[in-house]
Write a protein that binds this ligand. Structure first.
Ligand SMILES: [Zn+2]
Length: 391
């Protein structure tokens, strides 16, 4: 649904600095202090709920560690190191993440490096992304990703080499819960006897699924949900939302930036459906035939999926109007416009007409599924609705 929109409209992050990250000021400060005071532990476990920013924070933290001219509260963003971290091509920044074979890569023991170009692209566009989005991104179809033994072996090999450009080598291990048992044990060995000047950052949504022995080797960093004020500000600044719309999205997103982006995309479709449903109901009420025909033409030009989504939206509005007519609570308004329209529309929906009204919409949905002619389906439906709305 939202994926295409998602990749088109995601703010383009060429840098992954602390200041690019939404909220989490307390944590950023804590991480900065750790580096400044030279208290860098060799293993960290960043964990928190989806959309809170565990991976972006791990990236910014790595950037800060690797930056050659660190500023007070952030990496400089300009040095050669920052430049490479910003493109995720720094030779001392290693990534491990779940993969599997795909149609275009049919071999055993696939490892992260086989997908490194895709990975860079993915985190550049969608650093808050979830595991299933990553799987879709590399076309895993219905396979699960894993972190296998070969991966751990290779990582051990890489970390045995001296660092190339920086004092430190940093390993970001995304979704370590996907390590298989053997690979976990190998990782554990690395964590127990870490190669010098190496920093592991495990980034997990389900730390309970990790070996307790792996967990206990890491400094835990709990990433809380983004607070509403910070999330709202991000939606205004990065997604160009009006303050009021941002407020509505924030209310439903529970501190999850990923969810917020998806809600914005859904809201765009809802906004179209809302506007057209309102026009349709007004024209039905006035029995404005030329306008009904114009709307019918417009609907019949939509794709079948959009036609169905519109009709389903109509059904939802009917249900909410009926609930409001009888003063039932629990109505979820998505937009301010709905909040104005539904109470005005509610008096026209009652026990006498709700069933035939819904029947007409349901029948239109079925006809569209059966590939009936869209213009005839919509014209037929609107004329019947016009007769029903006055009852
Ligand atoms: Zn720098």
């Amino acid at each position: 649904m939202a994926i295409a929109y998602f990749y088109e409209h995601y703010h383009s992050l060429s840098d992954m600095l602390f200041r690019d990250i939404i909220g989490q000021e307390v944590l950023k400060n804590r991480l900065v202090q750790t580096v400044k005071e030279n208290r860098l532990s060799h293993a960290w476990l960043f964990f928190g709920p989806e959309g809170a920013g565990a991976l972006p924070l791990a990236l910014a933290f790595s950037g800060y560690i690797l930056c050659t001219s660190r500023e007070e509260t952030d990496a400089c963003g300009f040095c050669a190191s920052c430049n490479k971290v910003g493109k995720f091509i720094h030779p001392d920044l290693h990534f491990v993440f779940p993969v599997n074979k795909t149609r275009s890569l049919e071999k055993d023991n696939v490892v992260s490096d086989d997908f490194i170009a895709e990975w860079r692209n993915f985190i550049l566009k969608n650093p808050y992304g979830r595991l299933t989005q990553w799987y879709d991104f590399i076309d895993l179809e219905n396979k699960q990703g894993v972190i296998n033994t070969e991966e751990s072996k290779r990582l051990a090999g890489k970390l045995n080499l001296k660092s190339f450009e920086s004092d430190y080598k940093v390993v970001i291990l995304w979704q370590p819960e996907k390590l298989n048992d053997q690979a976990s044990n190998k990782l554990l060995k690395l964590l127990e006897e870490p190669p010098p000047l190496t920093i592991f950052i495990l980034v997990s949504e389900n730390p309970d699924q990790l070996l307790a022995t792996v967990r206990s080797r890491c400094i835990p960093v709990k990433i809380p949900r983004i607070n509403d004020i910070d999330l709202s500000e991000a939606l205004v600044n990065k997604q160009n939302l009006e303050k009021n719309n941002a407020k509505n999205i924030v209310r439903l997103a529970s501190g999850n930036y990923l969810k917020a982006i998806e809600l914005i995309s859904e809201a765009k479709d809802i906004s179209y459906n809302f506007t057209k449903f309102r026009e349709l109901m007004r024209s039905c009420f006035k029995i404005n035939i030329p306008e009904l025909i114009r709307l019918t033409d417009e609907f019949s030009a939509l794709t079948r999926e959009k036609q169905k989504a519109f009709l389903e939206y109509g059904l939802r509005t009917l249900r909410e109007s009926l609930a409001l007519h009888y003063n039932k609570a629990g109505i979820v308004y998505i937009t301010d416009e709905e909040q104005e329209f539904i109470p005005n529309f509610a008096p026209f929906i009652n026990g006498n007409n709700i069933i035939p009204f819904s029947d007409e919409l349901n029948k239109a949905i079925q006809d569209i599924e059966r590939n009936a002619n869209g213009r005839i389906v919509f014209l037929d439906m609107t004329l019947k609705l016009a007769a029903l709305i006055k009852r």
